[in-house]
Ligand binder design. Structure first.
Ligand code: OAD
Length: 251
């Protein structure tokens, strides 16, 4: 590990106190090392797909098969990938520092698969499907889905229970995320480009409440000036080291 990063980790550890309220905001970058593509940048999903064609309510209404083909492909990728050391490090952190909430923009369930329990999913979950008429939702882990688009027993088309472009986030989940961000004493922002709102407001809210903000990303995000520390590198390399040092400090 570069000496610089090692020093940065040591100075970051200094901010943590026993009982600190910690919020961890994650994005697609935390799952990149699992093999799940991010959205932006080279090889990002939005390079391969036009979100207007596959991730809007209108696209689902006009071209449900297209929308489901993309989503089914994503579900197959997610199904074939395991949580990585960053997910496991966060799950371990939750075990020995109790005051932790994970707010994720990811729909891949990898935090829960790694053992995390306190997870707010801002953008839904790829394993949940929802009836477009009855609005009821349930988990369906079938991969691949046998017939696209899948239908509810009532005959209506199902949708993935994820947030499409132009849609509101679940109000209860978002309110809870805002509350947690405002109460945070430390916020770790991991693997997100911080360009999609309202998720990108959360570090701002935390900062306004005097939280210490720490970013872990391949490169500093556009809101880097907000952060007290930016640790540049792979989350799967940095998070286990950070958690190891926190365990040494608190156990
Ligand atoms: P992005 O694809 O916009 O950003 C991923 C970020 O992760 C980038 O800043 C990368 O530099 C960083 N990154 C990549 N690999 C990494 C690694 N191994 N370790 C650490 N960082 C890494 O993904 P999000 O910010 O999550 O919304 O995107 C936000 C939302 O935009 C998504 O939830 C999705 C998308 O449209 C919906 O679908 C509603």
């Amino acid at each position: 590990m570069a000496i610089h990063l090692e020093k940065q980790i040591e100075s970051v550890i200094g901010h943590f106190k026993r009982g600190s309220r910690i919020v961890i905001l994650t994005g697609a970058g935390i799952s990149a090392e699992s093999g799940i593509p991010t959205f932006r940048g080279k090889d990002g999903l939005w390079e391969k797909y036009d979100p207007n064609e596959v991730a809007t309510a209108e696209a689902l209404r006009l071209r449900p098969k297209n929308v489901w083909e993309m989503h089914d492909a994503l579900r197959q990728t997610i199904n074939s990938c395991e949580p990585n050391p960053a997910h496991f490090a966060i799950a371990e952190l939750e075990k020995f520092l109790k005051n932790i909430v994970i707010i994720t923009q990811n729909v891949d369930n990898k935090h829960q698969d790694a053992g995390s329990t306190s997870v707010l999913e801002l953008h839904g979950n790829a394993w949940r499907v929802k009836c477009t008429v009855e609005n009821k939702s349930w988990i369906d882990r079938t991969v691949p889905i046998k017939e696209l688009p899948p239908r509810c027993s009532c005959g209506a088309i199902l949708r993935p229970d994820v947030v499409f472009f132009g849609e509101q986030l679940d109000k209860d989940v978002l309110d809870e995320a805002y509350t947690e961000a405002a109460r945070a004493e430390i916020m770790l922002v991991i693997g997100t480009s911080c360009v999609v709102t309202p998720a990108a407001y959360l570090p701002i809210i935390a900062k306004q409440s005097d939280a210490i903000l720490i970013e872990i990303n391949l490169e500093p995000s556009p809101i880097y000036s907000l952060f007290d520390a930016s640790l540049c590198g792979k989350a799967g390399m940095i998070m286990p080291k950070l958690v190891k040092r926190l365990r040494e400090k608190f156990e």
